[in-house]
Design a protein around this ligand. Structure first.
Ligand SMILES: Nc1ncnc2c1ncn2[C@@H]1O[C@H](COP(=O)(O)OP(=O)(O)OP(=O)(O)O)[C@@H](O)[C@H]1O
Length: 659
């Protein structure tokens, strides 16, 4: 069985042939630095590490390439397909990749093609280690070994079908951040600029370097430009293996040609490239070394691209002169439409391929690679510079990106800021001069306004949830491609939300407290600040576990609603039924409300009311007479900390980029 983290692991360190650091003559990655990041499996095989650098007469210090083959053997993927028959839900096992085996050698460019839904993406996911192990059988090897998740991240980059770029950054900024996540402080600013300029140049993005990627607020790059930027981001790390899912979709033919030519260039430096592609032009087709044709999860051909036309010709499917071989081969195996006159039965073709000499040859290559060939080779080709202080550099660059994103994305911060200020001014004006009134009705106004502040202002944090869910896709891609760790992501988000929330709390407090004449500006500010921090932490956690933001909003609203109900205002704590009293204690709203109430009522010595002659009497009525504000706000903060831990755990375990 193919496992998520192969147990027969070895340490693979990426060495560079053209990394800027090495060009400058600074130390490249070493076995010891690599091991500091490694897991136990890695450490066990550390001893087998050999670096094999050599002096290249033309390029300076380069790696002498002894790269590995990517091998997969008898890989099948089975999913539970849900359908409806006569109104009844039916679950059925569906094989979407069936016993696929293959080998791509270093320096080869493999193109996987097939009609829509034939299993190309699934196959690529398997090679990239992005498929849940419960769905998989078969084995994937690199250098004769199964690799752990971390090792895979170090040697391969995966450009997925969907672009998950952040809309508020320009092309140059996007690449600069990606380079920093790959290299940290190991490259200087000048080296970083060289890397970024080179990447933009290669993907034809130089003329749009200052254009925003774009999002729902602003139109930015075109679809094809986004595609090229996604590729450039991943190629920045010079990975040993590059897997790309439809890199040319949305590109014009000239751009497609240029992109594949760039990938071809990588293979000349002994990198391995596997790509799925629809409709390659004849010029693009000519650049493929290997070609794999799939249909309905079956492999119909895996061999040289040059030999494909001849192979199918011998089966009676002769490609007409002047016809693009790729178009012809796809048309004969597309069973979705009736238009095509020449049509093959995919199952028949699959059986024929399995019994062909081509398949026997591939199997033999796989076996010889696994038993001898690659087995003795211990190092990979990718020129990735080890990051110095990875946690610190990840934290700093993530924080910088977060702060910029918060400032630039109106939905994340500024819309909420305006709403908070507007609402708080409304509260201030609605309860204008309340502090000078000590009638019985002023008690009601005080409790109601404080409950509104404690409940509704906190509830408004839900507004940030869609952006968390949206950004999660970027996190998953960057994490799966080994750019940074979830812990750096969580810590940087926490620190970056502090200034914005403090500003909102300050302006909101300054709008309510002086106008309404409420007591204790400092405590009010502290209670609002800590509560908003915790509420946002909760929203981060809910956003991380919700499959869609609408579900997340419903979930966060429900949680807020429950905590409001049991906080002790709508029903006093002593009246809450025993079987629900736990809700009163596990909701952070309880502790923030107590702080707001105690802050307001404890200094008031007199009310014109026989039932509540003083602030203390009001507090006694709500079971809040013995509040210690510092203590209660610490509890509120601890809830926030707990939510942050849950957020981190959820990112760590649920968002590994596996499907
Ligand atoms: N988790 C899943 N559950 C059910 N069916 C799935 C699942 N994942 C993939 N499939 C199905 O498996 C088939 C292959 O999907 P895949 O995305 O690999 O195709 P593809 O060749 O990449 O298609 P396209 O070219 O349109 O991107 C499709 O029919 C898809 O609906």
């Amino acid at each position: 069985m193919l496992t998520a983290d192969g147990d027969n692991t070895s340490k693979v360190v990426h060495e560079g042939d053209i990394s800027p650091t090495q060009q400058e003559g600074r130390p490249a990655s070493t076995a010891s630095s690599a091991s500091s990041e490694a897991d136990d499996d890695d450490a066990a095989s550390e001893a087998s590490l050999h670096l094999n650098r050599d002096e290249d007469p033309e390029d300076g210090l380069t790696v002498k390439c002894e790269p590995h083959s990517l091998v997969w053997r008898d890989v099948s993927v089975t999913v539970q397909a849900v359908s409806r028959e006569n109104g009844k839900k039916k679950r059925q096992d569906k094989v979407i990749v069936d016993k696929s085996s293959g080998i791509v050698k270093p320096g080869e460019l493999l193109a996987i093609m097939g009609p829509s839904g034939s299993g190309k993406t699934t196959c690529l996911d398997v090679l990239a280690g992005r498929t849940a192990s419960s769905k998989l059988s078969g084995e994937v090897f690199y250098g004769g070994r199964k690799l752990s998740q971390r090792q895979r991240q170090r040697i391969l980059s995966y450009v997925a079908q969907e672009d998950t770029l952040m809309g508020q950054f320009t092309v140059r900024e996007t690449l600069e951040f990606a380079a920093r996540f790959h290299y940290g402080f190991s490259v200087t600013k000048a080296e970083l600029a060289v890397l970024v300029n080179e990447a933009m140049d290669e993907m034809g993005l130089t003329h749009v370097q200052d254009t925003l990627v774009g999002d729902i607020f602003r139109k930015g790059l075109s679809g094809g430009q986004k595609r090229r930027l996604s590729i450039a981001v991943e190629l920045l790390s010079h990975p040993a293996i590059v897997l790309l899912d439809e890199p040319t979709s949305g590109l014009d033919s000239a751009s497609s040609f240029a992109v594949i030519k760039r990938l071809r260039g990588l293979t000349r430096r002994m990198h391995t490239v596997v790509t799925t592609i629809h409709q390659p032009s004849s010029e693009v087709w000519a650049m493929f070394d290997k070609f794999m044709l799939m249909s309905r999860g079956q492999t119909l051909y895996l061999g040289t691209a040059k030999g494909a036309v001849g192979y199918f010709g011998t089966l009676g499917y002769v490609c007409p002169s002047y016809c693009n071989p790729a178009d012809f081969l796809i048309s004969i195996v597309n069973t979705d439409f009736k238009e095509f006159t020449v049509r093959a039965d995919p199952l028949e073709l699959a059986n024929h391929y399995t019994s062909s000499s081509l398949h026997t040859e591939t199997k033999a290559q796989i076996e010889s690679t696994l038993t001898s060939g690659d087995q003795g080779i211990q190092h990979a080709v990718a020129p990735r510079v080890e990051k110095s202080c990875p946690m610190m550099s990840d934290f700093l660059f993530l924080s910088r990106r977060n702060l910029l994103n918060n400032l630039r994305n109106p939905g994340i911060y500024w819309v909420r800021f305006v709403m908070y200020v507007g609402l708080c001014l409304m509260i201030g004006l609605m309860y204008l001069g309340l502090g000078d009134e000590f009638t019985a009705t002023s008690i009601n106004s005080r409790t109601a306004s404080l409950f509104y502040v404690a409940a509704f202002l906190v509830f408004m944090s839900v507004a940030v949830l869609p952006f968390i869910v949206e950004e999660r896709a970027t996190f998953v891609r960057e994490r799966a491609n080994g750019m940074y760790s979830p812990i750096a992501y969580v810590v940087s988000h926490y620190f970056c939300m502090i200034p914005g929330i403090f500003l909102i709390s300050l302006v909101s407090t300054a709008s309510v407290v002086p106008l309404a004449g409420m007591n204790g500006f400092g405590n009010f500010l502290a209670a609002l600040f800590v509560s908003l921090l915790t509420a946002e932490s909760m929203v981060f956690f809910v956003g991380s576990i919700s499959p869609h933001y609408i579900i997340g909003i419903a979930l966060a609203a429900g949680m807020n609603g429950m905590m409001m109900l049991a906080s002790g205002f709508l029903i006093v704590a002593s009246d809450i039924p025993d079987y629900l009293i736990w809700l009163h204690y596990i909701g952070f709203h309880t502790y923030e409300l107590r702080s707001f109430f105690y802050n307001e009522f404890s200094p008031i010595e007199h009310f014109d009311s026989t039932q509540f002659p003083s602030g203390e009497a009001v507090l006694e009525f709500f079971d809040m007479e013995d509040v210690n504000i510092a203590h209660d706000l610490t509890i509120v903060w601890a809830f926030g900390f707990f939510f942050q831990i849950c957020f981190g755990l959820s990112l760590y375990f649920l968002h590994r980029g596996k499907r």
